[in-house]
Write a protein that binds this ligand. Structure first.
Ligand code: ZN
Ligand code: ZN
Length: 354
């Protein structure tokens, strides 16, 4: 079934005549149009992409399944005209992506029933097709190759910001359109901050350095984390690293269709808890990735999301000891009919930088 056919089934189930799509990722997902302005209106019979003169040409070539309608001409309300022409009486809208002011304005302009909806296109986005998977595979390759290139540049005396810049530069040179999110580079005691953005802190011998990063390729994100140690690791550093690695490998190996997010989380959490560090793994095991770096499904303590073939999920356990430092290891995995497939291919053994 095509994306549009699936959306139409959801629109029917929501009991509305048509749906207005304004969230940028959803607009792109449904239509293929990558421009930064535009609205979709989809009914059982029609599919429109409303955009302004800057994007008419681009939209026409990128969104062949949609009728491209130009907006922004003075004195014309294109949306109202097509709602009337197609006899749309109830219009669903993405309640999380329409401001109150926009809602009030729509209500006045259209004078029809507006129905707040949420998660409709997001639900379709959970299952990736081959093209999406190929884009994420490429985004992962870019991130991994950049990491390997930057490894020799990680040394005492350089700052987290410098390492993050090297990594970003390498990813962009290899074809990344952008960063999936601002690079996390947390070293020494700062590595106990799960989301420590790169700072001016200078690396020292004895530090853990956690790098969490991802590339965007053709709109799709990758997300991975590696923790390295500068100089000979202490007993405690080795201990913590090996527990996180065991949790990561075990959870990754356990990924299969039909499993709930919380069951997957439990696999890693049990290992970390059994080793006595349960209180120091304070976040969820993983999340989906796609056009956004954080999307469904969730793999956390309470998640009842059921893994299905075509879903992508990260496996990223960590242990964070205040004032001591932390370790996180993260890979991205595709759920398949028979188990899973790894996106990442570089090793996860502790990297020691002499
Ligand atoms: Zn990450
Ligand atoms: Zn992640």
């Amino acid at each position: 079934m095509s994306k549009l056919a699936k959306l139409r089934a959801e629109i029917l189930a929501a009991g509305v005549d048509a749906m207005l799509i304004t969230r940028p990722e959803n607009r792109r997902y449904m239509s293929g149009f990558t421009g930064s302005a535009g609205t979709l209106v989809v009914s059982q019979a029609k599919a429109y992409l409303l955009t302004d003169f800057r994007y008419i040409e681009q939209a026409t070539s990128q969104a062949p399944e949609f009728e491209i309608v130009r907006i922004g001409e003075p004195g014309k309300d294109v949306l109202r005209d097509l709602v009337q022409a197609d006899e749309i009486k109830t219009l669903g809208f993405e309640q999380d992506y329409v401001s109150y002011a926009e809602y009030e304005q729509l209500k006045q302009r259209l004078a029809i029933q507006l129905v707040p909806l949420s998660g409709i296109v997001e639900k379709l986005r959970l299952i990736k097709d081959e093209t999406e998977i190929a884009c994420m595979q490429r985004a992962t390759k870019i991130a991994e190759a950049a990491f390997e290139q930057v490894l020799p540049e990680i040394k005492p005396g350089r700052s987290e910001l410098e390492i993050a810049l090297d990594l970003e530069f390498a990813m962009r040179r290899m074809g990344a359109e952008g960063m999936a999110f601002p690079i996390i580079a947390a070293s020494g005691p700062r590595s106990s901050l799960p989301h420590g953005r790169a700072s001016e802190r200078v690396l020292e011998v004895g530090d853990f350095l956690t790098l969490d990063f991802g590339a965007i390729y053709n709109g799709y994100c990758s997300d991975m984390t590696r923790t390295v140690v500068l100089g000979k690791p202490s007993e405690k550093q080795r201990e913590i690293y090996n527990i996180v690695l065991e949790a990561q490998l075990s959870a990754q190996a356990a990924v299969r269709s039909g499993m709930q997010g919380k069951e997957l989380d439990q696999v890693a959490r049990d290992i970390i808890a059994a080793a006595g560090y349960g209180d120091f793994f304070g976040h969820s095991l993983g999340h989906g990735v796609g056009l956004q770096v954080h999307e469904g499904p969730r793999a956390g303590k309470t998640s009842e999301d059921v893994l299905q073939p075509g879903m992508v999920v990260t496996i990223e356990p960590g242990i964070y000891l205040p004032e001591f430092g932390g370790v996180r290891i993260e890979d991205m995995v595709l759920v398949t009919a028979t188990g899973h497939r790894n996106f990442n291919s570089i090793a996860k053994d502790l990297i020691i930088i002499d």
